[in-house]
Design a protein around this ligand. Sequence first.
Ligand code: MN
Ligand code: MN
Length: 306
Amino acid sequence: MSDLHDRALGAYLGFAIGDALGATVEFMRPREIAARYGVHREIIGGGWLKLARGQVTDDTTMSLALGDALLQGGCSAFPGDARVDDRLIRGIGDAYVRWFKSKPVDCGNTCRRGIMRYMRDGTLAGAPNPGDGGNGALMRNLPAVLATLGDDTAFARLSIAQSHLTHHHPLSDAATLGLGRLSALLLGGMGHSACQRWVNQWVTDNPGFCFTPYRGYATAYVVDTVQTVLHYFTLHEDFEAALVATVNQGDDADTTGALVGMLAGARCGAAQLPQRWLSRLQPDVVQAITDQTNGLLALAQNLNET
Ligand code: MN
Ligand code: MN
């Protein structure tokens, strides 16, 4: 396995691990988590969704829906200078509809509203909406990062287009581009201290996301989500330490957990992921992630050769 492939698989599996670990304590306050679990550090299912042990939620299954649509669209979906055409975005919308109709274990309100709009009128974006500042577009964007690795223009167009199917908000856009670019740099091998410098610069350029001093909010509002993710990701170099600290902050813990798992997994690679967590994930999810990682990296390679 190449370093790139190991890091890409680490990001996607790390994302699913964070989702499964965090879902147990989603919507709990840190004090409630401490009273119930001490420190929550094992994938045990349960939570408000009454999950099976190792089960993932909408964060991972929506990402898989995006990945499926990108793989079905193929490299011909990035034609010429336009790079991302409407046919591809329609394919992504259709994949979100299929996902929605499959009765997922959870679906955020803004995602539901956007998918229902697309089903009703076929438009690829809603009007800009102050209510669209949730983390639902950000959380599912990793497949777009993998499919466009090495081509930042294609990455930005694809990320914004897939986001606007459900979330049309400048902070959602900024967060999706920011964490996507950070992921791409980590996949390219950027180390911890270079990463801290990059994050500091990004926060200087995007001051709404400034996370020092850390306020301790981990809600699904995209600012709270990004602050929590960047705080714990830059604080801990170790995958397990970063993820445990994140999910014990509670609230939207499956999504903050998934995003920290993605970044920390990209940094350490799949071979370094804690085996006791990896072995708890459902085999069909691990297989789908493994297959998609291969396919999406191949798309990126084609994109860079054309
Ligand atoms: Mn979820
Ligand atoms: Mn969540």
